[in-house]
Design a binder for this molecule. Structure first.
Ligand code: PEP
Ligand code: MG
Length: 560
Protein backbone atom coordinates (compact mmCIF):
# COMPACT_ATOMS: atom_id res chain seq x y z
CA UNK A 1 0.00 0.00 0.00
CA UNK A 2 1.16 3.52 -0.61
CA UNK A 3 0.26 6.77 1.04
CA UNK A 4 -2.16 8.90 -0.92
CA UNK A 5 -1.46 12.19 0.87
CA UNK A 6 0.00 14.86 -1.40
CA UNK A 7 3.49 15.93 -0.58
CA UNK A 8 4.41 19.57 -1.25
CA UNK A 9 7.05 19.79 -4.01
CA UNK A 10 7.90 22.96 -5.92
CA UNK A 11 6.01 23.27 -9.21
CA UNK A 12 8.12 22.30 -12.20
CA UNK A 13 7.69 20.66 -15.59
CA UNK A 14 9.67 17.55 -16.57
CA UNK A 15 10.08 16.35 -20.14
CA UNK A 16 10.48 12.90 -21.68
CA UNK A 17 9.61 10.82 -24.73
CA UNK A 18 5.83 10.55 -25.26
CA UNK A 19 4.67 6.94 -25.63
CA UNK A 20 0.94 6.61 -24.93
CA UNK A 21 -1.28 9.72 -25.23
CA UNK A 22 -3.65 10.73 -22.47
CA UNK A 23 -3.83 13.33 -19.71
CA UNK A 24 -4.10 12.14 -16.10
CA UNK A 25 -3.55 13.62 -12.65
CA UNK A 26 -2.90 11.96 -9.31
CA UNK A 27 -0.38 11.12 -6.60
CA UNK A 28 2.93 9.44 -7.43
CA UNK A 29 3.69 5.87 -6.37
CA UNK A 30 7.07 4.17 -6.76
CA UNK A 31 8.01 0.46 -6.84
CA UNK A 32 9.12 -1.23 -3.63
CA UNK A 33 12.86 -1.51 -2.95
CA UNK A 34 14.86 -4.18 -4.69
CA UNK A 35 17.52 -6.28 -3.03
CA UNK A 36 20.87 -4.55 -3.56
CA UNK A 37 23.21 -6.79 -5.57
CA UNK A 38 25.74 -8.20 -3.06
CA UNK A 39 29.27 -6.89 -3.23
CA UNK A 40 30.64 -9.62 -0.93
CA UNK A 41 33.72 -11.40 -2.20
CA UNK A 42 33.81 -14.10 0.47
CA UNK A 43 35.23 -17.27 -0.99
CA UNK A 44 32.91 -20.17 -0.22
CA UNK A 45 34.49 -23.21 1.27
CA UNK A 46 34.75 -25.97 -1.41
CA UNK A 47 32.62 -28.24 0.80
CA UNK A 48 29.74 -25.70 0.72
CA UNK A 49 29.82 -24.91 -2.99
CA UNK A 50 27.36 -27.64 -3.86
CA UNK A 51 24.87 -26.16 -1.43
CA UNK A 52 25.24 -22.73 -3.07
CA UNK A 53 24.78 -24.31 -6.49
CA UNK A 54 21.65 -26.09 -5.31
CA UNK A 55 20.23 -22.89 -3.82
CA UNK A 56 20.93 -21.03 -7.07
CA UNK A 57 19.25 -23.69 -9.21
CA UNK A 58 16.19 -23.84 -6.99
CA UNK A 59 15.99 -20.04 -6.84
CA UNK A 60 16.07 -19.58 -10.61
CA UNK A 61 13.60 -22.43 -11.09
CA UNK A 62 11.16 -20.87 -8.62
CA UNK A 63 11.41 -17.45 -10.30
CA UNK A 64 10.98 -18.94 -13.77
CA UNK A 65 7.92 -20.94 -12.81
CA UNK A 66 6.32 -17.93 -11.08
CA UNK A 67 6.85 -15.83 -14.22
CA UNK A 68 5.51 -18.63 -16.40
CA UNK A 69 2.42 -18.92 -14.22
CA UNK A 70 1.79 -15.18 -14.61
CA UNK A 71 2.34 -15.42 -18.36
CA UNK A 72 -0.32 -18.14 -18.48
CA UNK A 73 -2.97 -15.92 -16.88
CA UNK A 74 -2.05 -12.78 -18.87
CA UNK A 75 -2.79 -12.11 -22.52
CA UNK A 76 -1.22 -10.43 -25.57
CA UNK A 77 2.05 -8.55 -25.19
CA UNK A 78 1.96 -8.88 -21.38
CA UNK A 79 1.95 -12.64 -21.65
CA UNK A 80 4.70 -12.61 -24.26
CA UNK A 81 7.06 -10.46 -22.20
CA UNK A 82 6.46 -12.49 -19.05
CA UNK A 83 7.21 -15.69 -20.95
CA UNK A 84 10.35 -14.09 -22.42
CA UNK A 85 11.51 -13.18 -18.90
CA UNK A 86 10.80 -16.67 -17.64
CA UNK A 87 12.98 -17.91 -20.49
CA UNK A 88 15.70 -15.46 -19.43
CA UNK A 89 15.67 -17.00 -15.93
CA UNK A 90 16.37 -20.39 -17.48
CA UNK A 91 18.77 -19.19 -20.17
CA UNK A 92 21.60 -21.70 -20.46
CA UNK A 93 24.24 -19.03 -21.11
CA UNK A 94 23.31 -16.98 -18.05
CA UNK A 95 22.86 -20.04 -15.79
CA UNK A 96 26.18 -21.42 -17.03
CA UNK A 97 28.01 -18.16 -16.29
CA UNK A 98 26.63 -18.05 -12.73
CA UNK A 99 27.31 -21.73 -12.07
CA UNK A 100 30.90 -21.27 -13.23
CA UNK A 101 31.30 -18.43 -10.74
CA UNK A 102 29.82 -20.58 -7.96
CA UNK A 103 32.21 -23.42 -8.83
CA UNK A 104 35.05 -20.88 -8.48
CA UNK A 105 33.96 -20.06 -4.91
CA UNK A 106 31.44 -17.21 -5.27
CA UNK A 107 28.25 -17.25 -3.19
CA UNK A 108 24.99 -17.89 -5.09
CA UNK A 109 23.97 -14.25 -4.59
CA UNK A 110 27.33 -12.82 -5.72
CA UNK A 111 27.39 -15.15 -8.73
CA UNK A 112 23.83 -14.11 -9.69
CA UNK A 113 24.83 -10.44 -9.60
CA UNK A 114 28.15 -10.91 -11.42
CA UNK A 115 26.77 -13.17 -14.17
CA UNK A 116 23.98 -10.65 -14.78
CA UNK A 117 26.48 -7.80 -15.15
CA UNK A 118 28.42 -9.85 -17.74
CA UNK A 119 25.24 -10.13 -19.82
CA UNK A 120 24.27 -6.48 -19.17
CA UNK A 121 27.65 -5.41 -20.57
CA UNK A 122 27.14 -7.63 -23.61
CA UNK A 123 23.57 -6.39 -24.29
CA UNK A 124 24.61 -2.76 -23.78
CA UNK A 125 27.43 -3.18 -26.28
CA UNK A 126 25.04 -4.66 -28.84
CA UNK A 127 22.85 -1.54 -28.42
CA UNK A 128 19.37 -0.95 -29.86
CA UNK A 129 16.68 -3.45 -28.93
CA UNK A 130 19.15 -5.65 -27.04
CA UNK A 131 20.18 -2.74 -24.79
CA UNK A 132 16.52 -2.17 -23.93
CA UNK A 133 16.37 -5.75 -22.58
CA UNK A 134 18.84 -4.84 -19.81
CA UNK A 135 15.98 -3.88 -17.49
CA UNK A 136 14.41 -7.31 -17.97
CA UNK A 137 17.70 -9.00 -17.17
CA UNK A 138 18.13 -6.98 -13.97
CA UNK A 139 14.55 -7.72 -13.00
CA UNK A 140 15.22 -11.45 -13.24
CA UNK A 141 18.37 -10.92 -11.16
CA UNK A 142 16.46 -9.04 -8.44
CA UNK A 143 13.81 -11.72 -8.26
CA UNK A 144 16.42 -14.45 -7.93
CA UNK A 145 18.28 -12.46 -5.24
CA UNK A 146 15.06 -11.93 -3.26
CA UNK A 147 14.36 -15.66 -3.56
CA UNK A 148 17.90 -16.54 -2.38
CA UNK A 149 17.74 -14.38 0.75
CA UNK A 150 14.09 -15.08 1.49
CA UNK A 151 12.93 -11.46 0.87
CA UNK A 152 9.49 -10.62 -0.63
CA UNK A 153 9.33 -10.38 -4.43
CA UNK A 154 10.17 -6.85 -5.59
CA UNK A 155 7.41 -5.00 -7.40
CA UNK A 156 4.78 -2.27 -7.76
CA UNK A 157 2.65 -1.36 -4.73
CA UNK A 158 -1.13 -1.58 -4.96
CA UNK A 159 -2.41 1.97 -4.52
CA UNK A 160 -5.65 2.76 -2.71
CA UNK A 161 -6.46 5.73 -4.99
CA UNK A 162 -5.84 6.06 -8.77
CA UNK A 163 -2.13 6.89 -8.96
CA UNK A 164 0.74 7.55 -11.33
CA UNK A 165 3.64 5.13 -11.22
CA UNK A 166 7.16 6.61 -11.42
CA UNK A 167 10.18 4.31 -11.77
CA UNK A 168 13.67 4.15 -13.17
CA UNK A 169 12.35 1.53 -15.56
CA UNK A 170 9.73 -1.13 -15.12
CA UNK A 171 10.26 -4.80 -15.63
CA UNK A 172 7.60 -6.73 -17.55
CA UNK A 173 6.74 -8.69 -14.47
CA UNK A 174 5.84 -5.39 -12.79
CA UNK A 175 3.94 -3.84 -15.66
CA UNK A 176 2.13 -6.96 -16.78
CA UNK A 177 0.07 -7.16 -13.59
CA UNK A 178 -0.93 -3.48 -13.54
CA UNK A 179 -4.55 -2.54 -12.98
CA UNK A 180 -5.25 0.39 -15.35
CA UNK A 181 -8.10 1.55 -13.10
CA UNK A 182 -5.66 2.18 -10.24
CA UNK A 183 -2.38 2.84 -12.07
CA UNK A 184 -3.64 5.56 -14.40
CA UNK A 185 -0.27 6.85 -15.64
CA UNK A 186 3.30 5.66 -16.06
CA UNK A 187 6.63 7.46 -16.27
CA UNK A 188 10.16 6.13 -16.32
CA UNK A 189 13.54 7.84 -16.28
CA UNK A 190 15.08 5.16 -18.54
CA UNK A 191 13.70 3.12 -21.43
CA UNK A 192 12.98 3.87 -25.05
CA UNK A 193 9.73 3.80 -27.01
CA UNK A 194 10.20 0.05 -27.59
CA UNK A 195 11.02 -0.86 -23.98
CA UNK A 196 8.72 -3.29 -22.24
CA UNK A 197 7.23 -0.49 -20.17
CA UNK A 198 6.19 1.19 -23.40
CA UNK A 199 4.84 -2.03 -24.95
CA UNK A 200 2.71 -2.90 -21.94
CA UNK A 201 1.55 0.70 -21.43
CA UNK A 202 0.35 0.72 -25.04
CA UNK A 203 -1.44 -2.59 -24.62
CA UNK A 204 -3.17 -1.49 -21.42
CA UNK A 205 -3.84 2.02 -22.78
CA UNK A 206 -2.13 3.67 -19.80
CA UNK A 207 -0.83 7.18 -20.63
CA UNK A 208 2.96 6.89 -20.53
CA UNK A 209 6.14 8.96 -20.86
CA UNK A 210 9.62 7.40 -20.87
CA UNK A 211 13.18 8.76 -20.59
CA UNK A 212 12.05 11.60 -18.31
CA UNK A 213 14.83 13.82 -16.97
CA UNK A 214 14.62 14.61 -13.26
CA UNK A 215 12.00 11.98 -12.45
CA UNK A 216 13.98 10.49 -9.58
CA UNK A 217 13.81 13.82 -7.73
CA UNK A 218 10.02 13.60 -7.37
CA UNK A 219 8.98 12.11 -4.03
CA UNK A 220 6.34 9.39 -3.73
CA UNK A 221 3.03 11.02 -2.83
CA UNK A 222 3.72 14.21 -4.85
CA UNK A 223 0.80 15.40 -6.94
CA UNK A 224 1.48 15.37 -10.71
CA UNK A 225 -0.23 16.00 -14.05
CA UNK A 226 1.02 13.70 -16.85
CA UNK A 227 0.49 14.41 -20.54
CA UNK A 228 1.38 11.30 -22.53
CA UNK A 229 1.01 13.00 -25.92
CA UNK A 230 3.33 15.91 -25.13
CA UNK A 231 5.73 13.83 -22.99
CA UNK A 232 5.28 16.35 -20.20
CA UNK A 233 4.89 15.95 -16.44
CA UNK A 234 3.92 18.88 -14.21
CA UNK A 235 4.89 18.37 -10.59
CA UNK A 236 2.57 20.03 -8.03
CA UNK A 237 0.27 21.51 -10.70
CA UNK A 238 -2.44 24.02 -9.89
CA UNK A 239 -5.28 21.69 -8.85
CA UNK A 240 -7.98 23.48 -10.87
CA UNK A 241 -5.80 23.67 -13.99
CA UNK A 242 -4.99 19.96 -13.67
CA UNK A 243 -8.68 18.95 -13.44
CA UNK A 244 -9.45 21.22 -16.39
CA UNK A 245 -6.66 19.59 -18.47
CA UNK A 246 -7.93 16.09 -17.63
CA UNK A 247 -11.54 17.05 -18.47
CA UNK A 248 -10.44 18.70 -21.73
CA UNK A 249 -8.55 15.58 -22.74
CA UNK A 250 -11.57 13.39 -22.00
CA UNK A 251 -13.71 15.60 -24.20
CA UNK A 252 -11.22 15.32 -27.07
CA UNK A 253 -10.97 11.55 -26.58
CA UNK A 254 -14.77 11.23 -26.72
CA UNK A 255 -14.95 13.42 -29.81
CA UNK A 256 -12.22 11.35 -31.46
CA UNK A 257 -13.96 8.08 -30.65
CA UNK A 258 -17.19 9.42 -32.13
CA UNK A 259 -15.66 10.67 -35.42
CA UNK A 260 -16.79 8.63 -38.40
CA UNK A 261 -15.67 10.78 -41.33
CA UNK A 262 -15.62 11.89 -44.05
CA UNK A 263 -12.95 14.52 -43.48
CA UNK A 264 -14.37 18.06 -43.50
CA UNK A 265 -14.27 21.31 -41.56
CA UNK A 266 -17.26 22.35 -39.43
CA UNK A 267 -18.60 24.38 -42.38
CA UNK A 268 -18.33 21.49 -44.82
CA UNK A 269 -15.04 22.15 -46.65
CA UNK A 270 -13.94 18.64 -47.67
CA UNK A 271 -10.42 17.45 -46.89
CA UNK A 272 -9.45 13.81 -47.43
CA UNK A 273 -8.25 12.31 -44.14
CA UNK A 274 -6.21 9.27 -45.16
CA UNK A 275 -3.94 6.63 -43.62
CA UNK A 276 -0.24 5.83 -44.04
CA UNK A 277 0.39 2.08 -44.38
CA UNK A 278 3.26 -0.27 -45.05
CA UNK A 279 1.61 -3.53 -46.15
CA UNK A 280 -1.67 -5.38 -46.58
CA UNK A 281 -2.08 -6.05 -42.86
CA UNK A 282 -1.57 -2.35 -42.08
CA UNK A 283 -4.06 -1.43 -44.80
CA UNK A 284 -6.68 -3.74 -43.29
CA UNK A 285 -6.14 -2.12 -39.86
CA UNK A 286 -6.53 1.30 -41.52
CA UNK A 287 -9.75 0.12 -43.15
CA UNK A 288 -11.20 -0.41 -39.65
CA UNK A 289 -10.76 3.33 -38.96
CA UNK A 290 -12.70 6.15 -40.59
CA UNK A 291 -9.81 6.89 -42.97
CA UNK A 292 -11.10 7.85 -46.42
CA UNK A 293 -8.31 5.92 -48.18
CA UNK A 294 -4.55 5.55 -48.20
CA UNK A 295 -2.42 8.65 -48.65
CA UNK A 296 0.97 6.93 -48.43
CA UNK A 297 1.82 3.27 -48.99
CA UNK A 298 5.53 3.01 -48.12
CA UNK A 299 6.35 0.08 -50.45
CA UNK A 300 10.03 -0.15 -49.47
CA UNK A 301 9.03 -1.29 -45.98
CA UNK A 302 7.69 -4.54 -47.48
CA UNK A 303 11.16 -5.51 -48.69
CA UNK A 304 13.67 -4.44 -46.04
CA UNK A 305 14.66 -8.06 -45.35
CA UNK A 306 15.03 -9.13 -49.01
CA UNK A 307 18.39 -10.10 -50.48
CA UNK A 308 17.04 -10.17 -54.01
CA UNK A 309 14.47 -8.11 -55.86
CA UNK A 310 10.96 -9.51 -55.48
CA UNK A 311 9.47 -10.62 -58.79
CA UNK A 312 6.76 -8.58 -60.50
CA UNK A 313 4.20 -11.26 -59.60
CA UNK A 314 5.26 -11.28 -55.97
CA UNK A 315 5.15 -7.49 -55.72
CA UNK A 316 1.83 -7.36 -57.51
CA UNK A 317 0.25 -9.76 -54.97
CA UNK A 318 1.43 -7.56 -52.07
CA UNK A 319 0.18 -4.34 -53.69
CA UNK A 320 -3.14 -6.00 -54.51
CA UNK A 321 -3.69 -6.74 -50.82
CA UNK A 322 -3.40 -3.03 -50.07
CA UNK A 323 -5.70 -2.03 -52.95
CA UNK A 324 -8.24 -4.63 -51.84
CA UNK A 325 -8.41 -3.09 -48.35
CA UNK A 326 -9.80 0.14 -49.88
CA UNK A 327 -11.60 -1.03 -53.03
CA UNK A 328 -13.54 2.14 -53.75
CA UNK A 329 -11.23 4.72 -52.25
CA UNK A 330 -8.17 6.72 -53.14
CA UNK A 331 -4.90 4.78 -52.68
CA UNK A 332 -1.56 6.52 -53.14
CA UNK A 333 1.31 4.10 -53.72
CA UNK A 334 4.82 5.44 -53.29
CA UNK A 335 7.56 3.79 -55.34
CA UNK A 336 10.52 2.39 -53.42
CA UNK A 337 12.18 5.00 -51.22
CA UNK A 338 15.33 2.92 -50.83
CA UNK A 339 18.51 4.31 -49.35
CA UNK A 340 19.60 6.38 -46.36
CA UNK A 341 17.83 5.00 -43.26
CA UNK A 342 15.94 2.40 -45.38
CA UNK A 343 18.60 0.58 -47.44
CA UNK A 344 17.35 -2.25 -49.66
CA UNK A 345 20.00 -4.88 -50.34
CA UNK A 346 18.76 -5.61 -53.84
CA UNK A 347 18.98 -1.93 -54.82
CA UNK A 348 22.79 -2.15 -54.42
CA UNK A 349 23.44 1.23 -52.87
CA UNK A 350 26.95 2.46 -53.43
CA UNK A 351 28.89 3.10 -50.24
CA UNK A 352 28.34 6.76 -49.43
CA UNK A 353 29.74 9.00 -46.71
CA UNK A 354 26.42 10.86 -46.46
CA UNK A 355 23.57 8.58 -47.55
CA UNK A 356 20.73 10.99 -46.66
CA UNK A 357 22.14 13.26 -49.35
CA UNK A 358 23.06 10.39 -51.63
CA UNK A 359 21.51 8.01 -54.12
CA UNK A 360 18.11 7.37 -52.53
CA UNK A 361 14.50 7.28 -53.74
CA UNK A 362 14.02 8.24 -57.38
CA UNK A 363 17.78 8.85 -57.78
CA UNK A 364 18.36 5.10 -57.96
CA UNK A 365 16.39 5.03 -61.23
CA UNK A 366 18.78 7.53 -62.83
CA UNK A 367 21.52 4.89 -62.84
CA UNK A 368 19.30 1.98 -63.82
CA UNK A 369 15.55 2.31 -64.12
CA UNK A 370 14.96 -1.47 -64.11
CA UNK A 371 13.77 -1.72 -60.51
CA UNK A 372 11.40 1.25 -60.97
CA UNK A 373 10.04 -0.08 -64.29
CA UNK A 374 9.35 -3.49 -62.82
CA UNK A 375 7.69 -1.97 -59.74
CA UNK A 376 5.41 0.16 -61.91
CA UNK A 377 4.53 -2.97 -63.93
CA UNK A 378 3.65 -4.70 -60.66
CA UNK A 379 1.47 -1.81 -59.47
CA UNK A 380 -0.32 -1.72 -62.84
CA UNK A 381 -0.87 -5.49 -62.71
CA UNK A 382 -2.23 -5.26 -59.15
CA UNK A 383 -4.63 -2.49 -60.16
CA UNK A 384 -5.89 -4.15 -63.35
CA UNK A 385 -9.66 -4.28 -63.29
CA UNK A 386 -9.97 -3.10 -59.67
CA UNK A 387 -8.84 0.49 -59.32
CA UNK A 388 -6.68 3.27 -60.69
CA UNK A 389 -4.17 4.04 -57.95
CA UNK A 390 -2.20 7.23 -57.71
CA UNK A 391 1.52 6.57 -57.84
CA UNK A 392 4.17 8.95 -56.56
CA UNK A 393 7.95 9.08 -56.47
CA UNK A 394 10.01 9.99 -53.41
CA UNK A 395 12.94 12.42 -53.25
CA UNK A 396 12.20 14.41 -56.39
CA UNK A 397 14.50 17.42 -56.75
CA UNK A 398 14.03 18.56 -60.36
CA UNK A 399 11.21 19.03 -62.87
CA UNK A 400 13.07 16.67 -65.25
CA UNK A 401 12.88 13.83 -62.71
CA UNK A 402 9.14 14.47 -62.33
CA UNK A 403 8.66 14.53 -66.10
CA UNK A 404 10.40 11.23 -66.71
CA UNK A 405 8.61 9.54 -63.80
CA UNK A 406 5.19 10.84 -64.87
CA UNK A 407 5.69 9.49 -68.41
CA UNK A 408 6.38 6.00 -67.09
CA UNK A 409 3.33 6.12 -64.80
CA UNK A 410 0.96 7.40 -67.49
CA UNK A 411 2.19 4.74 -69.95
CA UNK A 412 0.77 2.18 -67.55
CA UNK A 413 -2.60 3.93 -67.14
CA UNK A 414 -1.86 5.09 -63.58
CA UNK A 415 -2.11 8.60 -62.04
CA UNK A 416 1.31 10.25 -61.56
CA UNK A 417 2.40 12.46 -58.71
CA UNK A 418 5.54 13.24 -56.75
CA UNK A 419 6.55 13.88 -53.19
CA UNK A 420 7.79 17.28 -52.15
CA UNK A 421 10.54 16.49 -49.67
CA UNK A 422 13.46 18.52 -51.02
CA UNK A 423 13.37 22.33 -50.75
CA UNK A 424 14.33 22.59 -54.44
CA UNK A 425 11.12 20.76 -55.37
CA UNK A 426 8.98 23.05 -53.20
CA UNK A 427 10.61 26.11 -54.78
CA UNK A 428 9.92 24.74 -58.27
CA UNK A 429 6.48 23.27 -57.51
CA UNK A 430 4.89 25.16 -60.44
CA UNK A 431 7.35 23.62 -62.93
CA UNK A 432 6.90 20.17 -61.45
CA UNK A 433 3.11 20.52 -61.63
CA UNK A 434 3.47 20.94 -65.40
CA UNK A 435 4.13 17.18 -65.49
CA UNK A 436 2.21 15.51 -62.67
CA UNK A 437 -1.40 15.33 -61.49
CA UNK A 438 -0.78 15.76 -57.74
CA UNK A 439 1.81 16.53 -55.09
CA UNK A 440 2.28 15.12 -51.60
CA UNK A 441 4.46 16.93 -49.09
CA UNK A 442 6.69 14.66 -46.98
CA UNK A 443 7.27 16.96 -44.04
CA UNK A 444 9.72 14.57 -42.34
CA UNK A 445 12.29 14.91 -45.09
CA UNK A 446 11.27 18.43 -46.04
CA UNK A 447 12.13 19.49 -42.47
CA UNK A 448 15.39 17.51 -42.54
CA UNK A 449 16.58 19.09 -45.78
CA UNK A 450 15.25 22.59 -45.14
CA UNK A 451 16.83 22.82 -41.70
CA UNK A 452 20.00 20.83 -42.61
CA UNK A 453 19.27 18.66 -39.57
CA UNK A 454 19.31 14.86 -39.50
CA UNK A 455 15.75 13.67 -38.82
CA UNK A 456 17.17 10.76 -36.78
CA UNK A 457 19.03 13.04 -34.36
CA UNK A 458 17.34 13.49 -30.99
CA UNK A 459 19.64 16.46 -30.33
CA UNK A 460 18.27 18.28 -33.36
CA UNK A 461 14.59 17.50 -32.77
CA UNK A 462 13.80 21.17 -32.28
CA UNK A 463 15.16 21.96 -35.74
CA UNK A 464 13.27 19.13 -37.44
CA UNK A 465 10.00 20.16 -35.78
CA UNK A 466 7.42 20.47 -38.61
CA UNK A 467 6.17 23.68 -36.98
CA UNK A 468 9.41 25.38 -38.04
CA UNK A 469 8.19 28.45 -39.95
CA UNK A 470 10.74 27.90 -42.76
CA UNK A 471 9.34 24.41 -43.39
CA UNK A 472 5.75 25.67 -43.27
CA UNK A 473 6.63 28.46 -45.66
CA UNK A 474 7.85 25.98 -48.31
CA UNK A 475 4.78 23.85 -47.69
CA UNK A 476 2.48 26.86 -48.06
CA UNK A 477 4.00 27.86 -51.40
CA UNK A 478 3.58 24.27 -52.63
CA UNK A 479 -0.11 24.37 -51.69
CA UNK A 480 -0.56 27.71 -53.48
CA UNK A 481 1.13 26.30 -56.61
CA UNK A 482 -1.29 23.34 -56.60
CA UNK A 483 -4.36 25.52 -56.08
CA UNK A 484 -3.33 27.76 -59.00
CA UNK A 485 -3.68 24.84 -61.43
CA UNK A 486 -6.43 23.08 -59.49
CA UNK A 487 -4.29 20.03 -58.67
CA UNK A 488 -4.41 18.32 -55.26
CA UNK A 489 -1.58 18.85 -52.78
CA UNK A 490 -1.58 16.51 -49.76
CA UNK A 491 0.64 16.14 -46.71
CA UNK A 492 1.75 12.64 -45.70
CA UNK A 493 4.58 13.35 -43.24
CA UNK A 494 4.22 13.37 -39.46
CA UNK A 495 2.89 16.94 -39.59
CA UNK A 496 -0.45 15.57 -40.79
CA UNK A 497 -0.79 13.51 -37.58
CA UNK A 498 -0.85 16.61 -35.37
CA UNK A 499 -4.52 17.72 -35.16
CA UNK A 500 -3.69 21.37 -34.54
CA UNK A 501 -1.10 21.56 -37.33
CA UNK A 502 -3.46 19.66 -39.65
CA UNK A 503 -5.94 22.56 -39.38
CA UNK A 504 -3.17 25.04 -40.21
CA UNK A 505 -2.21 22.93 -43.25
CA UNK A 506 -5.82 23.08 -44.45
CA UNK A 507 -5.64 26.84 -44.00
CA UNK A 508 -2.62 26.89 -46.34
CA UNK A 509 -4.72 25.09 -48.97
CA UNK A 510 -3.64 21.49 -48.43
CA UNK A 511 -6.31 19.17 -49.84
CA UNK A 512 -5.56 15.88 -48.05
CA UNK A 513 -3.93 14.76 -44.81
CA UNK A 514 -2.43 11.32 -44.41
CA UNK A 515 -1.27 10.00 -41.04
CA UNK A 516 -0.70 6.76 -39.14
CA UNK A 517 -4.00 4.87 -38.76
CA UNK A 518 -3.98 5.54 -35.00
CA UNK A 519 -3.89 9.31 -35.62
CA UNK A 520 -6.62 9.48 -38.30
CA UNK A 521 -9.64 9.94 -36.01
CA UNK A 522 -7.91 12.58 -33.87
CA UNK A 523 -7.15 14.64 -36.97
CA UNK A 524 -10.62 14.19 -38.49
CA UNK A 525 -12.36 15.03 -35.20
CA UNK A 526 -10.34 18.22 -34.66
CA UNK A 527 -10.92 19.38 -38.22
CA UNK A 528 -14.66 18.93 -37.74
CA UNK A 529 -14.61 21.50 -34.89
CA UNK A 530 -13.15 24.42 -36.90
CA UNK A 531 -14.24 26.39 -39.96
CA UNK A 532 -12.19 26.90 -43.11
CA UNK A 533 -11.98 30.59 -42.28
CA UNK A 534 -10.55 29.77 -38.84
CA UNK A 535 -7.96 27.50 -40.50
CA UNK A 536 -7.00 30.25 -42.94
CA UNK A 537 -6.65 32.83 -40.18
CA UNK A 538 -4.52 30.38 -38.18
CA UNK A 539 -2.32 29.75 -41.26
CA UNK A 540 -1.87 33.53 -41.68
CA UNK A 541 -1.00 33.95 -38.01
CA UNK A 542 1.48 31.06 -38.11
CA UNK A 543 3.13 32.60 -41.19
CA UNK A 544 3.97 35.70 -39.13
CA UNK A 545 5.90 33.74 -36.49
CA UNK A 546 9.62 33.05 -36.27
CA UNK A 547 9.81 29.86 -34.21
CA UNK A 548 7.81 26.67 -33.55
CA UNK A 549 6.69 27.71 -30.07
CA UNK A 550 5.17 30.98 -31.27
CA UNK A 551 3.68 29.16 -34.27
CA UNK A 552 1.90 26.68 -32.00
CA UNK A 553 0.70 29.45 -29.69
CA UNK A 554 -0.65 31.46 -32.62
CA UNK A 555 -2.52 28.42 -33.96
CA UNK A 556 -3.91 27.51 -30.55
CA UNK A 557 -5.30 30.95 -29.96
CA UNK A 558 -7.38 30.70 -33.14
CA UNK A 559 -8.24 27.00 -33.27
CA UNK A 560 -8.66 25.77 -29.67
C1 PEP B 1 8.37 12.21 -45.31
O1 PEP B 1 9.57 12.36 -45.57
O2 PEP B 1 7.68 13.06 -44.71
C2 PEP B 1 7.68 10.97 -45.71
C3 PEP B 1 6.38 10.84 -45.59
O3 PEP B 1 8.46 9.95 -46.15
P1 PEP B 1 9.32 9.01 -45.16
O4 PEP B 1 8.97 9.39 -43.75
O5 PEP B 1 8.96 7.61 -45.48
O6 PEP B 1 10.72 9.38 -45.53
MG1 MG C 1 10.52 10.97 -46.92
Amino acid sequence: MTKSTLIGSPRRVLHGTPVVPGVVAGPVIVPGPRVAPPLDDTVIDPADRDRELQAFREGTKAVASRLQARAAVSSGAASEVLAANAAMATDRGWLGAAEKLIAAGNSATAATAAATEQFVAMFTKLGGLMAERVTDLRDVRDRVLAELIGAPEPGVPEPDVPSILFAEDLAPADTAGLDPAMVIGLATSLGGPTSHTAIIARQLGIPCVVAVTGLDEVAAGSSVLLDGAEGEITVSPDAAAASEAVAQYRLIAERTAAWTGPGATADGHRVDVLANVQDGAGARVAAETSAGGIGLFRTELCFLDRETEPTVAEQSAIYREVLDAFPDAKVVVRTLDAGSDKPLRFAEHPHEANPALGVRGIRIAARDSGILDRQLDAIAAAAEGVSRPWVMAPMISTAAEAESFAAKVRERGLVPGVMIEVPAAALLAERILDHVDFLSVGTNDLAQYTMAADRMSADLAELTDPWQPAVLSLLARTAVAGAAVNKPVGVCGEAAADPLLACVLVGFGITSLSAAASAVAGVGAKLATVTLDQCRRAADAVSQTADPMSARAAARSLLD
